[in-house]
Design a protein around this ligand. Structure first.
Ligand code: C5P
Length: 404
């Protein structure tokens, strides 16, 4: 379930005997790398205590909509924005009805209205309640709105009856949750991504670098893989763990990154250059540690190769996507890079004032020849998925045009 790594899942627990299974579900999601926060309804707290979920999630459990202390720690709107997915397991008939009809009278139902991320429900209720035409109407409404409905299973129920309404087992819910992150929009394509900073050595112990954390590039690589692509990543030095199923080449300098990219580029259909490559490196690297002697020290720099420009200038160049981190004139600079570097697409973001580099969230404006799209402030993982959707749209459109 590699798709769960780094995913932010808001687990809603509602009032039903199946609530105890959610404790197992929470552990499974976390074991597979998901970051989980739990929201419980008052009904759920009649069955399981918040302490259980707090101990298992390692995070405070959210139960109240209008609680000053809780709101100041992480308010309901923040919680709604934080999540990549809202999963409600078990979902009672009551909560299904509330979500189907837009009722927002407690924390969980309000969150469901306030979020724009996918919602998945694992219903659990007595079979008569499930078969009731009102519940079935609500189910249709929810399905038509595109919500994911997991189960329910059929079988013996806690109330002694037999029929549909049992919550799916935790393992099955975790698996379906993981699968929901797969889109297949890039199935069959090969994607090469660069990420992180480069380090340009000054002497054996010093270097010039920048504040890039690699988070955006790694998130893009992961999102491309979840979209079905075969992904390779050329990474500068970062403090991130290597994603499973992605072929990672580690480099230090811009020149090393350039040669690693050039070696792999003929196997790529799409090149996404998210690395913050140093523009300059030392003309000569001192062999020994430079001694502190004079009052000032001059370093002579030479221009590094522009990896992205070299790729996009190739005959049969892959679909090339650049990033533009700008402190001013975002649109003008991004548009001129799009043309100057002959790119298919560029993702521009404002940096500086603690924005952009090293943060977990970001906002992007994406430009291509015939359009542009604003991707609102969001966790980099979600932003990366939205960016991959845009890239896939434009890449698939370009390929369709070529074949016609
Ligand atoms: O020209 P500028 O450095 O602002 O362009 C940014 C884009 O170019 C990014 O996508 C970055 O990864 C790429 N780049 C590169 N090689 C360089 C400098 C930038 O691939 N030497």
């Amino acid at each position: 379930m590699y798709q769960l790594a780094g995913k932010r899942i808001l687990l809603g627990v509602t009032g039903g005997i199946a609530a105890y299974k959610s404790a197992v579900l929470l552990r499974l999601l976390r074991n597979h790398g998901a970051d989980v926060r739990v929201v419980m309804t008052h009904g759920a707290m009649e069955f399981v205590t918040p302490l259980t979920f707090q101990a298992l999630s390692g995070k405070p459990v959210h139960t109240e909509l209008l609680d000053l202390e809780a709101e100041s720690a992480m308010g309901h709107i923040e919680l709604a924005r934080w999540a990549d997915l809202v999963l409600i397991a078990p979902t009672s008939a009551n909560v299904m009805a509330k979500i189907a009809n837009g009722v927002a009278d407690d924390l969980l139902s309000t969150l469901c209205l306030a979020t724009d991320v996918p919602l998945m429900l694992a219903p659990a209720m007595n079979q008569q309640m499930w078969l009731n035409s009102v519940t079935q109407e609500n189910l249709e409404k929810l399905k038509n709105r595109g919500l994911g409905i997991l189960g329910p299973a059929e079988g013996e129920q806690a109330c002694g009856e037999n029929g549909p309404g049992r919550m799916l087992e935790a393992e099955e819910i975790a698996l379906l949750t993981a699968k929901s992150f797969e889109t297949n929009i890039l199935t069959g394509s090969r994607v090469l991504v660069t990420a992180g900073p480069t380090r340009e050595a000054i002497d054996p112990v010093r270097y010039i670098s920048n504040r890039s954390s690699g988070k955006m590039g790694y998130a893009v690589a992961l999102a491309a893989m979840e979209a079905g692509a075969q992904v390779s990543l050329v990474s500068g030095p970062v403090n991130l763990s290597e994603p499973e199923r992605i072929n990672v080449t580690k480099v230090n300098s811009a020149v090393e990154m350039h040669s690693a990219v050039m070696q792999q580029i003929c196997n790529a259909d799409i090149f996404i250059s998210a690395a913050a490559v140093a523009d300059y490196s030392l003309e000569s690297i001192a062999r020994q540690k430079i001694k502190k002697s004079d009052d000032s020290l001059q370093l002579k720099l030479k221009k590094n190769p522009d990896i992205l420009s070299d790729v996009s200038a190739m005959q049969n160049a892959p679909f090339s996507v650049g990033f533009a981190a700008e402190t001013e004139n975002l649109e003008a600079n991004a548009q001129s890079k799009l043309h100057a570097k002959k790119l298919d697409m560029i993702a521009a973001n404002q940096v500086g004032d603690e924005q952009g580099f090293d943060a977990d969230t970001n906002a992007l404006t994406v430009y291509w020849k015939t359009g542009q799209k604003q991707l609102q402030q969001a966790p980099k993982t979600r932003l990366a998925r939205n960016l991959i959707n845009l890239i896939a749209d434009q890449y698939n459109a370009k390929n369709t045009n070529k074949t016609h």
